[in-house]
Write a protein that binds this ligand. Structure first.
Ligand code: NAD
Length: 298
């Protein structure tokens, strides 16, 4: 099998007893062309596997994706050639959820301001506790559910959720209050976004939605950059309507050094590191390895 970019070492240890593992990196780095005549499986992180590559690999049976998102795989050609394509959709949910809460805490407690340490930081900061505050979740899938558990059980927050595709009873059973978007926005002291980026969700949160939040609200985005209109966010922060924002994802990544959001002390920005934990990286890689082993054994 071929692994083009480094993945957690546990996945390689799991695969090596069963098959030759060629890597596209490190000593003896091997290109796809060098293995295409015999490769049965590809464990894919970021590199693209297109239709031409698939057609050049007569023994290829599975492309196992590390993480979610199939933008790097030509799914149509895979289907045509009978090549399985798998993902690991739940492997990083907990890590991203913890990151969303970390960003919320960082903004609420002025940690970005404190780290900059400009002027009399100590007296300039007046943080807010999460306990007793309301958290509005837009999207209530895998990551949002984890956020709801941490925020509700861990911090004693009131959790509301808007997800038109999710039965209200499921949202209630998971410890959150189902709400229409307008209701949620009017009550959410803290808003966290957890929807996929599709045409219907692009700029789902723009200036009208941000101004519908209570004054002093905080917005966290760990989903995809295009969901939150960043110009509107900047405007709402500069007007003083929002107390700040935490962003793990932006429309352009990495966010340029001279982007005006970087000049806002109340905006904490991380470079898409929500899933970058030892646990998530291990789960994504070993689950992908297990998909390969199960598929080749079948
Ligand atoms: P998921 O598919 O489990 O949940 C998404 C939910 O959004 C679904 O329940 C769906 O019904 C709901 N939804 C769709 N359109 C909606 C709308 N218009 N309004 C409200 N709800 C809507 O996805 P997930 O695994 O929880 O991931 C959520 C987001 O996090 C995705 O954008 C994903 O790309 C992103 N993500 C980011 C990182 C990171 O490193 N920051 C890592 C993994 C995933």
């Amino acid at each position: 099998m071929w692994i083009p970019r480094p993945v957690h070492e546990d996945a390689l240890a799991r695969l090596r007893p069963y098959a030759e593992v060629a890597t596209g990196y490190g000593p003896g780095a091997t290109s796809f062309d060098e293995v295409s005549d015999r490769v049965a499986a590809v464990l894919l992180r970021t590199v693209r596997v297109d239709g031409t590559m698939m057609r050049r690999a007569p023994r290829l049976r599975i492309v196992a994706r590390h993480g979610v998102g199939l933008d790097t795989v030509d799914v149509d050609t895979a289907k045509e050639l009978g090549i399985a394509v798998t993902t690991t959709p739940t492997a990083n949910s907990r890590s991203v959820a913890e990151h969303a809460v970390a960003l919320l805490l960082a903004v609420r407690r002025g940690i970005g301001v404190a780290v900059r340490n400009e002027g009399d930081t100590r007296t300039a900061i007046r943080g807010r506790e999460l306990s007793g505050a309301t958290l509005g979740l837009v999207g209530f899938g895998r990551i949002a559910r984890e956020v709801a558990t941490i925020a509700g059980h861990g911090f004693g927050m009131r959790v509301m959720a808007h997800d038109p595709m999710m039965p209200a009873a499921d949202i209630t059973a998971a410890g959150a209050e189902p709400a229409h978007l307008a209701t949620l926005l009017s009550r959410a002291d803290n808003l966290s976004l957890h929807v996929p980026l599709v045409e219907g969700t692009r700029h789902l949160i723009g200036l009208p939605e941000l101004l519908a939040l209570p004054e002093g609200a905080v917005v966290v985005n760990t989903s995809r950059g295009g969901i939150l209109d960043e110009s509107a966010l900047l405007d709402a922060v500069r007007r003083g309507h929002l107390a700040g924002a935490g962003l793990d994802v932006t429309a352009v990544e990495p966010l340029p050094d001279d982007h005006p959001l970087r000049d806002e002390p109340s905006v904490v920005i991380t470079p898409h590191t929500g899933a970058q934990t030892e646990e998530a990286l291990r789960r994504m890689a070993t689950e992908a390895a297990d998909h390969i082993l199960a598929h080749l054994a079948a």
